[in-house]
Design a protein around this ligand. Sequence first.
Ligand code: FES
Length: 138
Amino acid sequence: MEYSEKVMDHFTNPRNVGELENPSGVGTVGNEKCGDIMRFYIQVTDGVITDAKFKTFGCGAAVATSSIATEMVRGKTLQEAVQISNTAVMEALDGLPAAKAHCSCLAEEALHAALWDYARKNGLDIPGLKPPEETEAE
Ligand code: FES
């Protein structure tokens, strides 16, 4: 199994690890099969994501995908952020081995769960955003 240089870079030197003190939205998701858990924090100001952080208890690919997702989402509007899919995350990392594709889904789901949390708290409807799975990992 081969990992791209970008995956290794984000795994060994992950960006934006940690928590936001008063986040606008938080999303926590888990993958039942591997047991990995990811929490994603976003700060939203005037409809734009100004900051994002993450905490991932999981595999290297999960760390790398959440790390790059925090970079991708900064400066995006809510509507643009919804468009960040697991495919986009994988492309930004120059690909992942097929067996690790599900790890990028965790990044998409965690980001979307944080967006959902923000939308719910603010009574917003973000077109294209689906509610997170019922079984949220805590
Ligand atoms: Fe579970 Fe990668 S093995 S997220």
